[in-house]
Design a protein around this ligand. Sequence first.
Ligand code: C5P
Length: 397
Amino acid sequence: MQGKKIILGISGSIAAYKAATLCRLLVKSGADVQVLMTENAASFISPLTLSTLSKKNVFSSVVSESAWNNHVELGLWADLFIVAPATATTIAKMAHGICDNILTAVYLSARCPVCIAPAMDLDMWKHKATQRNISLLLESGVMQLPVGYGELASGLYGEGRMAEPEEIVAFAEHFFASENQFKGKKILVTAGPTHEPLDPVRFIGNRSTGKMGIAIADELSRRGAEVNLVLGPTDLQPKSKNVRTIKVSTGLEMYDATKEVFPECDAAIFSAAVADYRPLYAATCKIKKEGESMEVQLVKNPDIAAAMGKIKKPSQITVGFALETDQELENAKTKLEKKNFDFIVLNSLKDEGAGFQSDTNKISIIHRGNKIENYQLKSKENVAVDIADALKLYLLK
Ligand code: C5P
């Protein structure tokens, strides 16, 4: 982490005492650390401790000794902003854009990735208000380190402990180590639903939002890949300006766009929920409500992943998704073979918080040779990190 610029934001929790170790470890690993503290944090741990460890002045207010601490400059300076501990209040302020202290003011000005390590009592952590705020932050692309389980300052046992300083440093190291990892690689991602028109106003579609595929595209781009995202109809879009997005509407359009880009790609991740069938004819005028029933003839859409699997060169890596409701493992393994994927990502609709219209996902990765890796429920951004890590093993062999 030599020379990496890290802002360490400390808010008022008893876990603030661990921020001293965290600061020490970050500095030891070569990072340039700027500490920000809320006023409440300064009641738990002395700014002097942190300024000694970071070898820099600590900022605990927007104004100090009649000088203005330039939060905009700080926000632009950093390569990574870590908020540890992140209390329920700080999380709420970040989620709602309340910048009444130096930490949250810098958060609103920051252009760098932001990561929070929450710390609070178990009921506060589980409270709907906190979870809503966490969801808002995850939606805005903030990364969240998982909370630990164990004894809390209240004497209660449960979830809510701040991640250990060593875990936070390991996260930061992985974050920077993976930067530019895929430089020179061209990767295709398909994402989102498809809309198959019945007439000018109606279509057959599905509930996919494209969030998972977009998160993958962003993560691959962060790692330096040249990403082409073939995206079905959705309001969402990648955060990274470097992702080349090709917007399509129908399965046939997605097929054409994919066919065009795939041959020159090093890898492709097929996460789109393509409609299996489309209406044979789309009426040119709005269909009128006439008889008691109506029939629509459907024809099969091309299976994009399977078609690319047939023409793929030995050097190309392809990754599929399987969203299953039953016999999950068997179905996923069949798709792995049939579509010639190198590995397949399985998510089950039986798992709460997984699948469509959710900010989180719970996946298993199935490799050839029956190697299966099961992952915890995570934000889709963090699932994208796991998928990119799995891809790395194939792509950088
Ligand atoms: O057969 P099933 O739709 O469950 O397969 C899922 C996998 O195949 C996903 O990776 C999906 O993106 C891809 N697929 C595709 N074209 C289709 C159907 C599925 O690329 N027409």
